[in-house]
Design a protein around this ligand. Structure first.
Ligand code: ARG
Length: 468
């Protein structure tokens, strides 16, 4: 492995050294296998840079034309696979510049006038982030649309609402789906807010201190459709906070998906039996023929762990770095790319999975109508008859104990039996003891009643319209 570097390929910084860089050291430091994914962004950035250089008379128009032509061809070559990036080229920026040299000769070197790989890679990363934020926003939007559809379909289906994974109170299933809608709404807001900080050009900061050439960073920013330019050249190349923010926003999104996945896994189990996953989205067991598993949901839940790991990686990579650029920062791409791809694909597949689920409406109806989760209704009935809530709660507790020990569900307790607990009971109690009555007795804003769900649906649809 200690053969010297071939003299055909050259590292961008080699001339200062009298010995070629050790091959093992180069292999260790090469990031081509990861950052080759940035080739489009890199070429886009370079074209903007050389266009500006020509406009500023730093290079001639003819040189600019050669550079742009060469870069476009390289983009084609990389896209089609005729140019395969090689690790010996250290990183994608070097791959492209070396290939440009093969194509147009020494003029290729002018691409780097007034630019360092430090501001170049920061630019590429921001272009990449911008693209991925847009893809993710679309994916979240599709998820929200799916949830609106589900809420619409099941707004009058009553399910159990849970606290502590104990049946708590009956609610409209629409209410349940719209809870997720609200969470994904904030996820989308986070991305939108983050985009304001991402869409700022670092190009023109050079290595970290700026350039002696009369660069026009506002022009490159304009060509690359950035909203603004950096204020401080050290900051422009040194921080990775927006990348951390992106991974953090993705971690929150994955956390939401993972919790949603957990509900789905539980609800599709035999024990719960509330929900059916269509065969197209369920998996079987190679050994147990009766099994129907929710593997896709489990994978989303599992991948969430990896995304959290990426967040911790990046925070840890950055925490001790002296200003300004340090090579440690090259390690940012793997967690970034993995997070973006994982979150986008998880959001997309989970949306599809939700589309492949149906609630077992009949079973839910019979379960909810006979359940202890109606106990709150008894307490509220007594409160409506002027009993203090604490006392109502105490009496209801006794009724629940009676129901369990006698094996009689709440709606089947006779009026006589009810009256042994309180004289306030009359036949009206049976109207309260229907899940539908329970759900629709809720009067407060944003609650689980059919009317409230209808209002939430209208609000959700309006938001989707607004955010288009
Ligand atoms: N591959 C490097 C990275 O991603 C490019 C910047 C190299 N800069 C340097 N000063 N060595 O961070």
């Amino acid at each position: 492995m200690d053969t010297p570097m071939s003299d055909k390929k050259e590292l961008l910084w080699q001339s200062r050294f009298s010995e070629p860089f050790d091959r093992d050291a180069l292999l260790f430091s090469s990031s081509v296998h990861i950052d080759k994914a940035l080739f489009r962004e890199d070429i886009e950035g370079s074209i903007a840079h050389v266009t500006m250089l020509a406009e500023q008379d730093i290079i001639s128009d003819a040189e600019c034309a050669d550079l742009v032509q060469g870069l476009r061809e390289i983009e084609e070559e990389l896209a089609s696979g005729t140019l395969v990036p090689h690790w010996e080229d250290e990183d994608i920026h070097t791959v492209i510049e070396n290939r440009l040299k093969e194509k147009i000769g020494q003029t290729a070197g002018k691409i780097h006038s007034g630019r360092s790989r430090n501001d170049q890679v920061a630019t590429d990363t921001r272009l990449y982030l911008r693209k991925k934020i847009a893809e993710l926003q679309d994916a979240v939007q599709a998820m929200q649309q799916m949830l609106i559809g589900k809420a619409e379909t099941y707004k009058e289906t009553i399910i159990f609402g849970y606290t502590h994974l104990q049946r708590a109170q009956p609610i409209s299933a629409g209410h349940y789906y719209l809870a997720w809608f609200s969470m994904f709404r904030r996820d989308r807001e986070r991305l939108r807010d983050l985009l304001r900080r991402v869409n700022i050009s670092p190009l023109g900061a050079a290595a970290f201190a700026g350039s002696t050439l009369p660069l026009n960073p506002a022009r490159t920013a304009e060509l690359l459709a950035f909203d603004d330019i950096f204020s401080n050249s050290i900051d422009a190349v040194s921080d990775r906070d927006i990348l951390i923010e992106f991974i953090s926003a993705c971690s929150i999104m994955m956390m939401h998906l993972s919790r949603f996945a957990e509900d789905l896994i539980l609800w599709s189990s035999y024990e719960f039996g509330y929900l059916e996953i269509s065969d197209a989205f369920a998996t079987g067991s190679s050994l147990m023929p009766q099994k129907k598993n929710a593997d896709i949901a489990e994978l989303v839940r599992g991948k969430t762990g990896r995304v959290y790991g990426n967040l911790v990686s990046m925070l840890t990579i950055m925490k001790g770095l002296p200003l300004s650029y340090n090579r440690d920062m090259q390690e940012d791409k793997q967690p970034l790319f993995d997070t973006a791809e994982t979150t986008i694909s998880s959001m997309r597949i989970f949306t599809k999975l939700i589309g492949h689920t149906t609630l077992k409406v009949e079973r839910l109806r019979s379960l909810t109508s006979e359940d202890l989760s109606l106990a709150t209704e008894i307490a509220e009935y007594l409160v409506s008859r002027n009993l203090p809530f604490r006392e109502a709660h105490r009496i209801t507790g006794k009724i629940v104990t009676f129901s369990i020990s006698e094996g009689i569900t709440l709606p089947r307790i006779t009026l006589e039996q009810f009256r042994t607990f309180s004289p306030l009971f009359d036949t009206a109690i049976y109207d309260s003891l229907k899940p539908e009555a329970s759900v629709n007795s809720k009067k407060t804003h944003g609650s689980c009643s059919f009317r409230s769900v209808e209002a939430q649906l209208a609000e959700a649809r309006a938001q989707m319209q607004e955010n288009r």
